[in-house]
Design a protein around this ligand. Structure first.
Ligand SMILES: N[C@@H](CCC(=O)N[C@@H](CS)C(=O)NCC(=O)O)C(=O)O
Length: 298
């Protein structure tokens, strides 16, 4: 095995830099600087022209940036679906943008509203709720609000890791690729890097250190909690849908449509059928155009 010391790396970098700055390599250095400059300028100009276009969406119209529509559901990200479902529930006018899915925090979704950018599905929902004076949880008691928040966090910060574990580690993105309508070489490359990043995140967060059986058990517990609390009610907190239902819709939709062959879809079918009915109910209510939102549309 070849072992490279830190000292050798420093020497290599220093010599390389000296060569780059020397007169002998001037044509190469100039070419490299010009190419990088041209790429940076191109990125800057495209970003600026996209923002100009979004500004024409109209006053108080939300531009929702996310990943493209896919074959079996309107998207493969639970968070984008959560936010889009909320916009529909709140009847806030919006347009979708798929050209720049990653926002100022490097994640999807994010929105542009009247020229301002906001990121993170939860923070965006809270901001829009204040701006458009929509609070679907206002009829809930303090205790019910606490329960709704707990379920919301459980889905976004716990269940989500269990789902990522299956998608990126166990399934190696096969189900995700099946759900994707255009599998280009670029997409495969992007998925390769995303997978590497998510596996690292899974390890740091801790879920990646468990066995597959242990993670499955955790997901089952989460789904059981949602199923039992939902019971026979039409929506999680009662007779009317509220913000937390949008989150549940985002996650249940992923399991039902974009996790083929996973133990989670089997759990929904065999053990928690009320969760499937709940997803259908929300879908009928808020996504009457579901089929047109698939890619290709049905
Ligand atoms: N807390 C964030 C989570 C968003 C998130 O994790 N988005 C994923 C897609 S499901 C993403 O953009 N991943 C891209 C990446 O990590 O590079 C939210 O609620 O918006």
């Amino acid at each position: 095995m070849v072992v490279v010391t830190l000292e050798e790396c420093v020497v290599f970098a220093r010599d390389g830099f000296r060569w780059f700055c020397s007169t002998k390599s001037r044509p190469v250095s100039v070419a490299v600087i010009l190419v990088f400059g041209a790429i940076k300028l191109h990125i800057y100009l495209s970003k600026r022209s996209r923002r100009k276009k979004w500004a024409t969406a109209g006053r108080d119209v939300v531009v929702l940036h996310g990943f493209p529509r896919e074959r079996f559901s309107p998207g493969t990200s639970p968070y984008v679906l959560k936010l889009e479902t909320y916009l529909r529930l709140a009847k806030i006018p919006y347009v979708m943008d798929f050209t720049e899915p990653l926002g100022p925090k490097g994640l999807s979704p994010w929105i542009t509203l009247n020229g301002e950018e906001f990121a993170d599905s939860q923070l965006v929902i809270e901001h829009l709720g204040r701006q458009y004076n929509k609070d679907f949880s206002s009829g809930l008691t303090e205790v019910q609000r606490a329960v709704a928040r707990t379920f919301n966090i459980m889905a976004c910060e716990h269940l989500a890791w269990g789902l990522r574990f299956w998608r990126y580690s166990v399934d190696c993105c096969r189900g995700l690729i099946q759900s994707t309508s255009q599998v280009s070489l670029f997409l495969r490359l992007a998925l390769f890097f995303l997978r590497w990043k998510v596996l690292k995140a899974l390890w740091i967060q801790g879920t990646g250190r468990h066995t597959q059986k242990e993670v499955e058990h955790m997901v089952r517990q989460d789904l059981a909690a949602i199923s039992h609390y939902l019971g026979e009610k039409p929506f999680l907190m009662g007779m009317e849908p509220c913000e937390v239902d949008c989150t549940m819709f985002g996650f249940l939709t992923q399991i039902m449509y974009n996790y083929p062959g996973s133990p989670y879809i089997t759990m929904l079918i065999d053990d928690f059928p009320n969760l499937q009915m709940y997803q259908f109910r929300l879908r009928d209510l808020l996504w009457p155009d579901w089929n047109e939102c698939l890619n290709p549309p049905k």
